[in-house]
Design a protein around this ligand. Structure first.
Ligand SMILES: [Zn+2]
Ligand SMILES: [Zn+2]
Length: 124
């Protein structure tokens, strides 16, 4: 069974100590353990009533100060990583077995357009 968000954070605390015993990458004292969002097997859970992405792998967490954490740890449901609004029309569910992960339609469109222009340039 997948560990809950809370269980992972208890584990983090047990194995790596408090985030406040560490220093954020910006040099300020850390306050939270922050998921780096790089785990290909990331999980989705609920934190304070809002959906949150997290990892069961403790290596994917970095100590972060309040401001860096607020900047990076935006709750799912507002914007995609590039800042497009995550409205229902903008959320794309890719077909196939990875369909648990959703993509931003604006990003998908931008990416395919960029790929199209790259291909077009390459043929000339
Ligand atoms: Zn910081
Ligand atoms: Zn986007």
């Amino acid at each position: 069974m997948e560990p809950s968000y809370t269980a992972v954070h208890h584990r983090l605390r047990a194995q790596r100590g408090r985030a406040s015993d560490h220093v954020c990458e910006c040099g300020a004292p850390a306050k939270h353990w922050s998921y780096d969002r790089l785990d290909p097997n990331e999980l989705q859970g609920v934190k304070n009533g809002r959906p949150v992405r997290y990892s069961a792998d403790l290596d994917h967490y970095q100590p972060r100060c309040v401001s860096c954490n607020a900047r990076r740890d935006k709750p799912l449901g507002e914007t995609c990583p590039r800042g497009h609004p995550r409205t229902p029309e903008n959320i794309y569910h890719p077909p196939g077995k990875r369909s648990r992960q959703t993509q931003c339609r604006v990003c998908v469109r931008e990416d395919s357009l960029a790929a199209y222009h790259r291909r077009k340039r390459a043929t000339h």
